[in-house]
Design a protein around this ligand. Structure first.
Ligand SMILES: [Fe+2]
Length: 211
C-alpha cells in the first residue's frame, strides 16, 4: 500500500495563500470573459485591470486517488462588475459524487450552489464558518464583502472539475448583486437554460467514472 509522509502547511490568512504546498494557479480578469451580465462594465474592468489577478488558489496534493485529499486556500479580490459581485467560474466535480469543505478565513462571501435539476442554495461564508458542499452540487464562490475573501478547502483528490456545466446552461440560475444598501441579493439570470433530462441523468450515471 502506497503511503505518504504527513505534511504541515500554514494558512497565511493576510496573503490568502497556503505556505508549504505544491500547487498554485491564478485567474486573471482577462480569463473571465462571458461570466458577468454587464458586458460594458466588464470591458471597463478589463481596461483597468488587464493582466492582474482576480483570484488564486494554492494547494497541497499528496496523490491522485479517491483516498487522497487535496487541501488548499483560495483568495478572491473584492469588487463588482456593474452591480454583480466578483465570483469564481465555478464547477461541478467531474466525479460528481465527491463532496468538498470550505472553511472561511477572512472576508465575507457566498457559496452559491445549484443542483443539476436547478435548485439554488446560497450559503453565507465568514471567518470560522464551514460550508459543506454535498456531492452533485455545482458550486462557485462570490465575494460580497469589501476585502479579500479567503477560504481554506478540502476535497477528494480524484474529484476533477467540470467548468463547462455552467457555460452549457447559460450561467447559474441566479446572480448575486448589490442590494443598494451595502448588502447582497439574488436576482434571476434570464440567460439560464434548464439542463435536459439526459444531461442530468449523465451527471448521476458518470459519478465515480471520470478519471
Ligand atoms: Fe470543487
Amino acid at each position: 500500500m502506497e503511503s505518504h509522509e504527513p505534511q504541515s502547511c500554514d494558512v497565511v490568512v493576510s496573503e490568502g495563500r497556503l505556505e508549504g504546498g505544491n500547487g498554485h494557479y491564478q485567474k486573471l480578469y482577462d480569463d473571465l470573459t462571458g461570466l458577468y451580465s454587464d458586458a460594458a462594465a466588464f470591458a471597463r474592468l478589463i481596461e483597468e485591470r488587464r493582466g492582474t489577478v482576480a483570484y488564486e488558489v494554492t494547494t497541497y496534493t499528496p496523490g491522485k486517488k479517491v483516498s487522497d485529499l487535496i487541501m488548499g486556500v483560495t483568495r478572491m479580490a473584492p469588487g463588482k462588475v456593474g452591480d454583480e459581485y466578483f465570483l469564481t467560474r465555478g464547477h461541478i466535480h467531474a466525479n460528481g459524487d465527491r463532496p468538498e469543505i470550505y472553511y472561511g478565513q477572512s472576508g465575507r462571501g457566498i457559496m452559491q450552489l445549484e443542483s443539476p435539476e436547478g435548485e439554488t442554495r446560497l450559503i453565507e461564508v465568514k471567518p470560522q464558518s464551514i460550508c459543506y458542499v454535498p456531492p452533485f452540487w455545482i458550486h462557485r464562490s462570490v465575494n460580497t464583502g469589501s476585502e479579500d475573501l479567503v477560504m481554506m478547502f478540502v476535497y477528494p483528490a480524484d474529484s476533477g472539475q467540470d467548468y463547462g456545466i455552467i457555460e452549457r446552461s447559460g450561467g447559474l440560475r441566479v446572480r448575486i448583486v448589490d442590494d443598494g444598501m451595502g448588502g447582497w441579493t439574488d436576482v434571476p439570470n434570464p440567460g439560464w437554460r434548464p439542463r435536459s433530462d439526459a444531461e442530468i441523468a449523465r451527471i448521476y450515471e458518470d459519478a465515480g467514472a471520470a478519471t
